[in-house]
Design a protein around this ligand. Structure first.
Ligand SMILES: *Cc1c(COP(=O)(O)O)cnc(C)c1O
Length: 245
């Protein structure tokens, strides 16, 4: 089988899984977008996914965005940033047409973004990344601090909050994974309840290759899928979520 056929088949399988989960939970399939998590995937293979009709990608590393930028620029597509963003890389993200940063989890990062956005006279969409795992992992605002952070970031006029993102627990225990996604949905409703000026909560970015059905059942509007489409990566995920490495 050639690589295009393989990637196309994999994408079709994912779309079927999303459809089935939507049907099971009484949702319409067009409520859930597919974002291709393309860390470590070559521009060549990303282009095959474009050929298969998928034009929304997410990158974890600024360096990879820069490396692939020229090869991908002839095909119109959308890039989100889904990794941990260091302040000194903000300018590179803004220079490379990233339309949404899904991983904003501190006022410090948001303020850094606002400053650079003013400098370049740009705006950007973001999601607030929440740590739903109840563990001392590094990334994501804790649930108890979410509303405060949303209120603060909402005051930065170049930044448009569009929803929430979470990674959730790495576990084969479906019930534990589900509780992370359920928490993000609950937090979304809490933020909506606060009626904060200029804050939109339409996007819930949650669900990856392994448990995307659970995420859809719990209200995901965007699943981020890499492995099930492009195959296994060489390094563990922790490597790609840490921009410092
Ligand atoms: C790698 C990654 C994904 C996709 O994970 P897979 O298990 O490969 O589907 C989703 N979200 C983020 C933030 C990622 O880094």
């Amino acid at each position: 089988m050639d690589r295009l056929t393989e990637i196309t088949n994999n994408i079709n399988k994912i779309l079927k899984r999303i459809d089935a989960a939507c049907i099971r939970s009484g949702r319409s399939a067009d409520e859930v977008k597919l974002l291709l998590a393309t860390k470590t995937v070559s521009a060549e293979n990303i282009k095959l996914a474009f050929d298969a009709g998928q034009l929304l990608i997410g990158e974890n590393k600024v360096q990879e965005i820069i490396q692939k930028y020229d090869s991908l620029s002839d095909i119109e597509h959308e890039t989100h940033f889904i990794g941990h963003l260091q302040s000194n890389k903000i300018k590179d993200v803004l220079r490379h047409n990233v339309s949404c940063i899904q991983s904003v989890d501190s006022l410090k990062l948001a303020t850094g973004l606002q400053n650079k956005l003013e400098l370049y006279d740009k705006d950007i969409d973001i999601l607030i990344q929440v740590n739903t795992t109840n563990e001392n992992t590094k990334f994501g605002v804790s649930p108890s601090e979410l509303v405060k952070l949303v209120k603060e970031v909402a005051l930065l006029d170049r930044i448009h909050i569009k929803g929430l993102m979470t990674i959730g627990l790495f576990s084969s225990d479906a019930a534990k994974v589900r509780s992370c996604y359920r928490l993000l949905k609950k937090l979304q409703l809490e933020v909506i309840d606060e009626n904060i000026d200029k804050v939109e909560m339409g996007i819930l970015s949650m669900g990856m290759s392994d448990h995307l059905e659970i995420a859809v059942e719990e209200g995901s509007t965007m699943v981020r899928v890499g492995t099930a489409i492009f195959g296994k990566r060489v390094y563990p995920d922790s490597y790609y979520w840490n921009e410092e490495k």
